[in-house]
Design a protein around this ligand. Sequence first.
Ligand code: ADP
Ligand code: ZN
Ligand code: ZN
Length: 722
Amino acid sequence: MSTGESSRTVQVAVPTPLYRCFDYDLSAGQSAPPGTRVQVPFGRRRLVGVVTSQDAAADQRPRKCVEAVLDDTPIFGAEDRALIEWTARYFAAPIGEVYSLALPVRLRAGQSAAWSAPQAWRLRDDHPTPARLGRRQQAALDALRDGALGEDELRARSGLDRRGVERLSALKLITAAEDASPAAAGTAARLSDAQAAAVASLTARLGQFSASLVDGVTGSGKTEVYLAVAAEVIARGGQVLVLVPEIGLVNSMADRVRARLGRSPRVLHSGLSDGERAEQWLAARAGAADVVIATRSGVFVPMPRLGLIVVDEEHDGSYKQEDGCRYSARAVAVWRARQRAIPIVLGSATPSLESLQLVQAGQCERLVLPGRAGAAVLPSVRLVDVRAHQLEHGLCHESLTAMTEHLQAGGQVLVFLNRRGYAPAVLCHSCGWVADCHRCDAHLTLHRARNRLCCHHCGLEAAPPDRCPDCGDRNFVGAGAGTERLEHALARRFAGFPVLRIDRDTTRRVGELDARLARAASGEARILVGTQMLAKGHNFPNLSLVVIVDADQGLFSADFRAGERMAQGIFQVGGRAGRAQRAGEVLIQTHHPDHPLLQQLVRGDYGGFARMALAERHETALPPASHLVLLRAESTDTDRPLEWLREAATVGRQLFHDSVSIWDPTPAPMARRAGRHRAQLLLECARRAPLQSGLPAWIEALANLRNSRKLRWSLDVDPQSM
Ligand code: ADP
Ligand code: ZN
Ligand code: ZN
C-alpha cells in the first residue's frame, strides 16, 4: 500500500444508466490516460469503461482497482471525448451510455483496437493466363489492370472476401504491392450555375465553421455538390463524414462516392457484422479512409483529419434516437463541426423548420438548387375528396382511374400508405368486438400471409381467435387497409402489371431492401406499394403517379410536428414523380379537402408551407421558436407516474429559472403501452440556456424523489415526438 504518497486515481465512465463517473485506483506500473479503455469491477459485474480524467486521489479512502488497461494509447482523443461529453450534457444522457454508443460492439466488449492498414495488391507481371476463374476472381483481376489497389478497395470492387484474395495470391496471379496506385477519379459532371455557385460558396468556407443548407428536390443535384466539395477537402488532405438517415441509402451514396472520387468509402451502419463494423470504425479512426458514410451513431466516429460533415436528408426523424440515449445526430454533427472549425452541409428537399429558422436568423446560409421547375415544387397535385365515396381496399374510383391511365401510358405508379400489415383492426361483424392488445391502448393489426395478429407498439403477436370471444360467431372482418392488403388488391385489379411492396415486413432479410429498391428503380415493378421507407431519398426515374392513400392521419394529431412530418412525407414521395418523359401527378386522398395545410400542398410549394408553419410555431411558442424538455415516466402501477411527475414538477419549480415554464403532468398520448402506464411532464423556455443550466440539479433531485426507484423515468431534450 502506498505510504504517505497519494495513489493515482482515474475517473471512469462505465456503461450504466447513471449520470456520473466512478473512481478507481491504478496499481503501480499501470498507466491509463483519458480516453483509454479499462476493465473495472462494478458491483458484482466486470465492465469495460473509458477513463475520462485522472488525478491524484484526494483522500486515502480505499477504492477498487482497475483490473486491466485495455489500450496502449487512448482510443478516444481529446476532441472525441469533448464531443461525447457535450452530448451527454446537452441531451441529459448518462455519460457511460454515450461512450458505449460511440464504440462498436466489439470494442465495447474489450476487443483489441490494434489496426494495421490493409495490404495493397498488384497483378504479377508474369501472371499466367488462368484457365477458369470465378466471376469475382475475374473482376478482381480486371480491377487491378490499371494499377495496385488496397485490399479493401479490391474486395469492394470484386466482391471477394479476404480468403478469396489470398487464393488469387496462392494461384500466383497477384502479389503484394508497396502501396495502392493513386485512384482514378471519375469525371465530374459539368455543374449547373446554381451547383457551381453552391460549390464555390462551400469551398470558400473550408477550414472554418459554417452551416449551410442545400435546398433542392431529389434529383436537383445536391449529391453532386457534396461530392465536388468533398473532392476539394480530400485534395487538401482532409476527411469527409457523410450522414444518411437510414441503411437503405448507404449503398447508393457509397456507389456515388466510388464513381466520382475513385475511392471506396468506409461505411458504418447497423447492417454490418460486429467484426466488419469494428474494422470500418478503426480504419476511419486511423485516418485510413477519406470518406466515411454512416447512419446515426456514426456521428461519433473519430476522424483525425475531419474537414467536412454532410447531413443528407437533414429533416429526417431517424436522426433522433428515440430510446435509450435520446440524442439527435444532426445536433451532434453541428456541434462537432463548430468544435473542429469546419463546414457542415445540411441537405434536403424539405428542410426542417429548425434549419429554416437558423436561415432566418442568419446563422445558416441557404443554397438553393432549382429543380425541374423551381425548388421543391411538386408535380400537379390534386386532392381527392373521398367523403361518401365507395373505397376499394382504401382506394377510390378517381385514384384507380388515374392509375389505369398512367400504367397504360407506360408510367410507374407509387401508392403510399404509412400503415403496414393487412388490416389495422379486426372486428366481429356480428357483435362489434375488436381485437385489442391487452398490453397497450391499441388495436391489433392483422398480418394475413403469416396469419398473425400483431401489436405494432409492443411487439405482441397472437394467433387470430377461432371464434369471437364475446358472441362466439366466426364472422370476422378486417377493417381498413394496410400495405399488405393493398398489394393483394392491386395485383388482382391490375393483372399484368408487377406489384412490389416495400415496407418493414418485406425487407427483413439481409439484402432484400436493396434488391427491392433495384427492382423499383429499374422500372421492372410497375406498381410500388410502400410506407415511408419508400419516401426517402430514392430515385425512381420512371415514376409518373403518386397516390397518397390517407392524408388525414397527420392532420389531427396531438403532436404539433405531425403536420410538418406529413407535408415532408408528401413532398418527398410526391417529388419522385414525373422525372420521366411525362408530367408527374400526385393524388392525395382525404376527408378534409378544405384543410389549410392540404390547400398549401396543392399549391405545390414547400417553401410556402414552411413559412406558414414557422409563423404558427412562433405564435404558439413551440419549437423552433422555443425549447422543450420532456420528462417521461412509466410504471405498471396506474397512478404512480402522474403522482411522481407532480413531485418532479414541484421540485423543478424551485430549481429552474423563472423563465422556464413547467406544465402540469399529463397522460402520454398512448397512456398504456406494453402493460405500463405512461405520463409526461413538459418544460418549455424561450431560451435554451435557462433550461440547460437547471438540468443537472434537477436530474439529481429526480433520482432522490421518494418513488424514483419504483418506476422508469427518462428525459428527452428537444423531443421530436410527443
Ligand atoms: P440529389 O442529390 O439532389 O437527389 P443528384 O446529385 O443525385 O441529386 O443528381 C441527380 C442526377 O442528376 C444524378 O444522376 C446525377 O449524376 C445527375 N446530375 C447532377 N448534377 C448534374 C450536372 N451538373 N450535370 C449532369 N448530370 C447531373
Ligand atoms: Zn362477436
Ligand atoms: Zn401492444
